[in-house]
Ligand binder design. Structure first.
Ligand SMILES: [Zn+2]
Length: 303
């Protein structure tokens, strides 16, 4: 069972799933993060409706602690649209780790994360379904290493999946080594943003660990028709990696969402991008990337 804002749901019932999105975000570092501020429940619901109309079913809102997460508002969006929404506990990279993290001991921090998973968050006491960690560009910083250690142990004990932030797609292998050292099964880990490297050999090495990768920076090259990513995805499917890739948009910015005045929006992957991909891969391969693979990552495991 997976925790969603409307209660536990069987993995097999998640349907078409984006494993890395942002539906509601109240960044606490305004005004620098104003472009990332998604605070309007009406607009965010319109965006999620477009996803549902295109055949979508589940969205993982990967906004972590200290980045303006709002599970109660996600509940409202889920009720209005019928979409299943999963929210996140854990941390982003060092720049966004909260001050209190640096003032607490490891056990105390673990208690905070465990408390969210056991007792819930916000007025509605909703429970997170995934644990996030993140790393900076050139090195895993001490705070990040500590967050990975603590969060991995909590995720393993709770049987929750982990979805990570890799700055510019890098350091995925180093992250996975740290995570796996805490006993987490990498089948339940998805590393985000790795498509930014546009390096198929690197992506294969990451997937050879057993972890999934997410292609989540699609929809940025609209003029070029996402040509580079489409050809890399086709190559990965051809070489047998189609069961390790999750497709998502990470469109946590006004300029990506029509409801906030941007493009291409949450429906893009299931419509325009799908059509382009189907010139190179089977519909079954596409479904794996938006349904079976995210489902397998998110599925809880015996702790
Ligand atoms: Zn994100």
């Amino acid at each position: 069972m997976i925790n969603t804002v409307t209660g536990p749901v069987k993995a097999s019932k998640l349907g078409t799933t984006y494993i890395h999105e942002h539906v509601i975000v109240h960044p606490n570092e305004l005004p620098a993060f104003e472009p990332y501020s998604l605070t309007n429940v009406d607009k965010s619901s319109r965006e999620v409706e477009s996803f549902v109309r295109a055949g979508g079913s589940t969205i993982v809102d990967l906004t972590p602690l200290n980045f303006g997460r709002d599970p109660d508002a996600l509940y409202e969006v889920s009720m209005r649209t019928g979409a299943t929404i999963v929210f996140t506990t854990g941390f982003h990279k060092d720049a966004h780790i909260p001050r209190w993290f640096f003032e607490m001991g490891d056990a105390e921090i673990a208690e905070v994360i465990e408390g969210e998973i056991e007792h819930g968050v916000g007025e509605l006491h909703l429970k997170p379904g995934v644990v996030k960690v993140g790393t900076s560009l050139d090195a895993i910083l001490p705070s990040e290493k500590r967050a990975i250690r603590i969060c991995s142990s909590v995720a393993r004990n709770a049987g929750l999946a982990m979805v990570t932030h890799c700055d510019k797609g890098r350091l995925a292998l180093e992250q996975l080594a740290e995570i796996s050292a805490r006993g987490v099964e990498l089948e339940h880990v998805c590393v985000s943003h790795t498509d930014l490297t546009l390096d198929a050999d690197y992506l294969k090495r990451v997937m050879d660990t057993g972890a999934c990768i997410s292609f989540d920076h699609v929809g940025r090259d609209l003029e070029g028709g996402d040509h580079e990513r489409v050809s890399i995805l086709a190559e990965l499917v051809r070489s047998g990696y189609g069961d390790r890739v999750c497709l998502a948009g990470d469109m946590g910015k006004k300029s990506y969402l029509p409801a906030y005045g941007g493009k291409p929006g949450f429906a893009y992957i299931l419509t325009t991008l799908r059509d382009r991909l189907l010139e190179h891969i089977d519909a079954r391969d596409f479904e794996r990337m938006v349904r079976d693979n995210p489902q397998r990552v998110l599925d809880g495991y015996e702790s």
